[in-house]
Design a protein around this ligand. Structure first.
Ligand SMILES: [Zn+2]
Length: 424
């Protein structure tokens, strides 16, 4: 038994924002009550959450754990330790591993590794096409049987309208969301950042915002045709968000996520420093503004990190040559607090929703602090001051533009299935 005492429970699913004690019994929540009302005996372990927020376990819809195949950048073990530090109790792992997770045996391998790492829950995402090559559809039904929670060819878009139509029809019958890395590759070819005044000034090849939004438009149309659930990954452009809004107004099952780097940084922050290189690239100031508005008004459904570790040997090269992607787990909550809550743009309740109920709904599950529910909790402070030092990260990689940034607010403890996996 673990009793989390005197915390402020914020749970969007039950619309609770009040002091509560939460008793965990094994891997389930046993009781939720007013402070001091739960009987404790000598065998009850106590976690004092005075002054802290107690939220349902955070879920990250978008992470690259790099195993199998790229273990010099990350493993399931190091990645999930980093996730636990970031307050995440579950992470969805993208299929662009080596080999690609396009069949049930790779899915099972990932789940086995996650079990021995014995930490944060890992929910694999299966590839939409064989090898994510955009030609033949992958063995989606067999992967679902093995445990995938969604499909995606992330890293790139599902190659053609014909293929994504087929994937959507399949996923609709299997009740799986299709997660799309929205990019028109002909518009994005050769680009290393967003096209605009800054890319001209730096002399770097840029991709226009439309490289993202024309793909979103295509996929929204195909959602209407097939009835499948479309989830737009790492949405970065205002024009894409307008497509998603239009789809939602029509009642189409379209959702989207935004990353902390896209709602924090802009293209002007790019200064030939490869830690600022990701795909989609950092966008314009007005795109960032639109994202924050969308996070507040419900047009954006979830915050996802797109945690994308690359070992220093790969990433510490010229901007043009460096791979896309940055670390994400350990700074996500602090950036959300800084950009969204402390700035007065979002309530704490709404921010918690974007890390918990929002992503859960996209996966078709529930997350709440109530009896019989999984004992997954994220406990955090909104006031703790700290400085991020990427060299102390359990991740194998160091590619963060937020190294040495000072924050107000941090994850304090991460509890999965009743076990404290991380405690500050
Ligand atoms: Zn992507």
């Amino acid at each position: 038994m673990l009793l989390v005492k005197n915390g402020r429970v914020i749970d969007p699913a039950t619309e609770t924002d009040a002091p509560r004690d939460v008793l965990l019994d094994g891997d389930k929540i046993a009781e939720v009550a007013l402070p001091g009302r739960i009987a404790e005996d000598h065998s009850t372990e106590i976690f004092d959450a005075t002054g802290l927020i107690v939220a349902p376990g955070f879920i990250d819809l978008h992470a690259h754990l790099r195993e199998p195949g790229q273990e010099s950048s990350e493993t399931i073990e190091t990645g999930t330790r980093s996730a636990a530090r970031g307050g995440f109790t579950a992470v969805c792992s993208m299929p662009n591993t080596k080999p690609v997770n396009d069949n049930a045996s790779v899915t099972r391998f990932i789940l086995d590794r996650a079990k021995t790492a014995a930490g944060v829950r890992v929910w694999p995402i299966g590839a939409a096409s064989v090898g994510s090559k955009g030609e033949a559809i992958a063995e989606i039904a067999a992967m679902k049987e093995a445990g995938i929670v969604a499909v995606s060819d992330d890293g790139k878009p599902i190659a053609t309208a014909k293929l994504i139509r087929q994937v959507m029809e399949y996923c609709r019958s299997l009740d799986l969301p299709v997660i799309e890395h929205s990019e028109d590759v002909s518009l994005a070819a050769g680009a290393v950042m967003r096209e605009g005044v800054t890319s001209s000034r730096l002399g770097l090849r840029g991709m226009p915002a439309a490289a993202e939004s024309v793909c979103v438009a295509r996929d929204v149309q195909l959602t209407e045709l097939t009835g499948a659930r479309l989830h737009v990954a790492h949405l970065s452009a205002k024009a894409s968000l307008e497509q998603v809004r239009w789809a939602k107004q029509r009642g189409l099952p379209v959702t989207c996520e935004a990353t902390p780097h896209h709602f924090t940084l802009i293209d002007e922050d790019v200064q030939y420093d490869s830690r600022f290189k990701m795909n989609p690239p950092l966008a314009a100031r007005e795109d960032r503004e639109a994202l924050i508005t969308g996070l507040a008004d419900g047009s954006v459904d979830a915050i996802a990190t797109d945690h994308a570790p690359h070992e220093p040997a790969l990433k510490d090269v010229e901007f043009d040559k460096a791979p896309f992607g940055i670390l994400g787990f350990e700074t996500a909550l602090a950036l959300a607090l800084e950009q969204l809550v402390h700035s007065g743009r979002l309530s704490l309740m709404r921010m918690v929703e974007l890390f918990t109920t929002g992503p859960a709904r996209i996966l078709g599950i529930e997350r709440k602090i109530a009896p019989h529910e999984p004992a997954d909790l994220t406990i955090f402070s909104t006031t703790h001051e700290w400085t991020y030092n990427v060299n102390q990260s359990p991740s194998k990689s160091r590619n963060s533009p937020f190294d040495a940034r000072t924050f107000k607010g941090a994850p304090i403890a991460t509890i999965v299935a009743g076990r404290i996996l991380y405690k500050m």
